[in-house]
Structure formats: structure tokens, C-alpha cells
Design a protein around this ligand. Structure first.
Ligand SMILES: Cc1cc2nc3c(=O)[nH]c(=O)nc-3n(C[C@H](O)[C@H](O)[C@H](O)COP(=O)(O)O)c2cc1C
Length: 213
């Protein structure tokens, strides 16, 4: 039993972040921090991020997904288009991404508009996945109620017989790209006086501002 949560108290002291330290492009800044997170070997999966969506019910919903690529156009992840997040994004194509690399005392928030990737891009990524993962993606009606685990296992066996190799990507599975219009880089500091640098997209470039902690 945890007696007193308020006694769990960490100080954040490892790094600092000044407006004079950051790149003019938030993508470049993200790339620097992302590379540090990957190369540090401190994280089991530094590509994991929290994705928050909100459909017409106005009830925000969050879950972890994996970043599969990024460049100046946006951030890509893959999922089931009929899942809860897929339905939310059909209703409201805006999302928020959050990376938290705790051992670096860093958080990155990214907000933007989400679009589906092309069929070709989704096919290319789908076909690069291990066979078992492709079969799993076909078998799983992600986020629907599963009455018995056995029916999923039977479905997987049948799919393996039907597609002993090269299972095709189902239309309900594919990629999204998040096209950012704001980024915030947060660096933990002593006494909760954290450093926060925000990038907001303007007509042709990015405004960069420091925020109160
Ligand atoms: C580390 C980790 C990585 C995950 N990666 C993905 C992913 O890339 N795509 C995905 O659809 N779900 C992924 N999931 C599962 C999601 O968190 C979530 O359970 C699932 O997508 C259903 O979400 P939804 O019902 O909100 O649509 C991952 C979960 C964890 C914990």
C-alpha cells in the first residue's frame, strides 16, 4: 500500500534549455532530442508517445503509439482506422502528441492536424512488418469488444492457412501523419523552475517563445 504519494518528490537538475540554445526549426530541435533519447540507451522504447484525440463526444482519449518516421512534413504512426482513435480522428482530425523521456527530464508536446497516409505508404510499412504482426493486424478489430480470446486465436490460425505468406494489408489498417502547428520543449529544472520553449507556426515560419514554468 502506498502511504503518502506526496513524499515521492524528484528534483530535475540534469540539463537546461534557453531560447538561445534551440534551433530555428522545431523539427531540427526534435531530431536533436530524439537522437539523444535513442542513443542514450536509457529507454526501452523512446519512440513511444502518448497520442490524444477527441471526437464529437468532446471526451479526450489518450493512448501510447509508436513513432515510425518523421520529417519536416510530419510525424507518422500506424494503427487500425476503425479503432477508437481512428473514429475520433474521422470526427475531429486534430491530435496532440506527447513524448516523455523521464531519465533525460524532458517532455515534448506537439499539436497538429492529422491525415491518413496514402495506400502506397501504408502498404510499404505494412509489408515491412513481421509476418505475425501482419496477421495480427488483419485478425484484430482493434478496440471492438472481444467476447473470447479463443475466437481471436482461431481467426489467426485460419488467416495463417489462408495467407501462408504475404498477407495483404486490410483497408481498415494504415498510417496517419500529424502535421504540427505547435511544439513545446520542456526541460526539468531545479525547484520546479522548468525551462519551456514553444514554437508556433506562422504564415511562413515558426515563432519561438519562452513560457513560464
Ligand atoms: C508501448 C506501446 C506501443 C503501442 N504502439 C501502438 C501502435 O503503434 N499502434 C497502435 O495502434 N496501438 C499501439 N499500442 C496500443 C495502444 O496504446 C492502444 O491500446 C490501441 O491502439 C487501441 O487504442 P484506441 O482504442 O484508443 O484506438 C501501443 C501500446 C503500447 C503500450
Amino acid at each position: 500500500m502506498i502511504e503518502n504519494l506526496s513524499e515521492i518528490r524528484q528534483e530535475y537538475t540534469k540539463f537546461s534549455l534557453d531560447i538561445s540554445d534551440v534551433h530555428s526549426s522545431p523539427f531540427h530541435q526534435f531530431k536533436d532530442w530524439f537522437e539523444v533519447a535513442i542513443k542514450s540507451d536509457l529507454f526501452y522504447d523512446p519512440t513511444a508517445f502518448n497520442l490524444s484525440t477527441c471526437g464529437v463526444d468532446m471526451l479526450p482519449s489518450s493512448r501510447i503509439v509508436l513513432l515510425k518516421s518523421f520529417d519536416e512534413k510530419g510525424f507518422q504512426f500506424f494503427t487500425n482506422y476503425s479503432s477508437e482513435k481512428g473514429i475520433d480522428l474521422d470526427e475531429n482530425p486534430f491530435a496532440s502528441m506527447l513524448f516523455y523521456w523521464d531519465k533525460l527530464e524532458r517532455q515534448v508536446r506537439i499539436k497538429g492536424k492529422v491525415e491518413k497516409l496514402s495506400d502506397l505508404e501504408s502498404d510499404n510499412y505494412f509489408n515491412s512488418r513481421p509476418y505475425e504482426s501482419r496477421i495480427g493486424a488483419i485478425a484484430s478489430s482493434q478496440s471492438s469488444v472481444l467476447d473470447s480470446k479463443l475466437s481471436l486465436e482461431e481467426n489467426i490460425l485460419e488467416l495463417k492457412k489462408k495467407f501462408p505468406k504475404d498477407p495483404p494489408r486490410p483497408n481498415s489498417w494504415g498510417g496517419y501523419i500529424i502535421r504540427p502547428d505547435s511544439f513545446e520543449f520542456w526541460q526539468g529544472r531545479e525547484s520546479r523552475l522548468h525551462d519551456r520553449i514553444k514554437y508556433s507556426k506562422n504564415e511562413s515560419n515558426w515563432d519561438i517563445q519562452r513560457l513560464y514554468p
